[in-house]
Design a protein around this ligand. Structure first.
Ligand code: UDP
Ligand code: MG
Length: 312
């Protein structure tokens, strides 16, 4: 019998977990797969860990990894991939926004043998603040244009994939992680399953607008060097413009003599170019800080506790 691993990253999910566990057990019970429920406790400050331990006591399918602190969902998913023992692996949020009831359909699609992974995509963003949806859509449009990883609008991290895809993800041990980009970048044949947005069953979202904004910048700088190109192109543009301006000033001085008029425009130009320079330096800085973090090769997560003997 094939084995299915469900990776569930959890951060302060004590309220949602009981609902989630019940629903998953119901769905999985009807499947013809050996299952592993791999909960990753991402340094929760509430009782998430004891809730998970409670499940593990009664149910030997439940495995958990518990981090020494909060490392973020990206780290939690990576830990899950590194420790999953299934032939098929899926990542699933603990709040039921990734409906477990989609699993049978996803498995059916994988079993058809045509696809290496089944990914999910929300077709609407019902129940989400309008402004948040607007910026999210802009982000996906922009990413589609400037990056080589194909990132789909409304894509969730909820995905079912075959072992070979999991191994590819594990081999990408980069510190700066942006899973939506990584999934797209590694390729493989993916089926996109669409579904209507579901609101969180309990607890609240861990993503403030500001956090999402930073996350989207992370996506841009991890999977595209277009900002660097913009920086160099604006440099080239201003160099040309300044050469032309120099000619203009020089010839005007020859013809009409030198006068001090034009101070305001000079200041405007200096300020403008100064601003552009700082902007470009800032872009470089973003990439340099990525290199800095990457070269330190720090672990992506640290496990403090687990009921898997071979947790790595
Ligand atoms: N999560 C995590 N670490 C974090 C933040 C979130 O493991 O630092 C988990 C969280 O428990 C949930 C999933 O990632 O299972 C998605 O989080 P959330 O529902 O807050 O995000 P949203 O659905 O609002 O985008
Ligand atoms: Mg959620």
């Amino acid at each position: 019998m094939e084995k299915l691993t469900l990776i569930v990253p959890c951060y302060n999910e004590e309220e949602a977990l009981p609902y989630f566990y019940e629903e998953v057990c119901r769905v999985v019970g009807e499947l013809n797969y050996e299952t592993e429920l791999l909960f990753v406790n991402d340094g929760s400050k509430d009782n998430t860990l004891s809730v998970i331990k409670g499940f593990a006591e009664k149910d030997e399918r439940v495995k958990y990894l518990s981090f020494s602190r909060n490392f973020g969902k990206e780290g939690a998913m990576y830990a899950g991939f590194c420790n999953a023992s299934g032939d098929l692996v899926a990542v699933m949020d603990a709040d039921m926004q990734d409906p477990p009831s989609l699993l049978p359909k996803m498995l059916e699609l994988i079993e058809s043998g045509e696809y290496d992974s089944v990914a999910t995509r929300r077709v609407n963003r019902k129940g989400e603040p309008k402004i948040r949806s607007f910026f999210a859509r802009m982000f996906y449009k922009l990413m589609g244009r400037i990056s080589d990883a194909d990132i789909v609008d409304g894509a969730r991290d909820f995905r079912l994939m075959k072992r070979k895809m999991v191994d590819a993800i594990v081999s990408m041990g980069e510190t700066n992680r942006f899973s939506k980009g990584i999934f797209g970048w590694i390729g493989f044949k993916t089926y996109w399953l669409e579904y209507e947005n579901v609101e969180r069953v309990a607890g609240e979202t861990k993503w403030s607008f500001w956090k999402l904004f930073k996350y989207s910048l992370e996506g841009v700088t991890n999977f595209s060097d277009t900002p660097l190109k913009i920086a160099s192109w604006s440099g080239i543009f201003f160099t040309f413009a300044s050469v032309i301006a120099m000619f203009f000033v020089f010839i005007r001085a020859l013809l009409f003599g030198d006068n001090v008029a034009g101070w305001p425009s000079t200041i405007c130009i200096i300020l403008f170019i100064g601003g552009i320079q700082l902007f470009c330096l800032g872009i470089m800085g973003q990439y340099i800080s990525k290199i800095f973090r990457e070269t330190k090769k720090r672990p992506i997560y640290i496990i403090s506790e687990s009921n898997k003997e071979d947790a790595k």
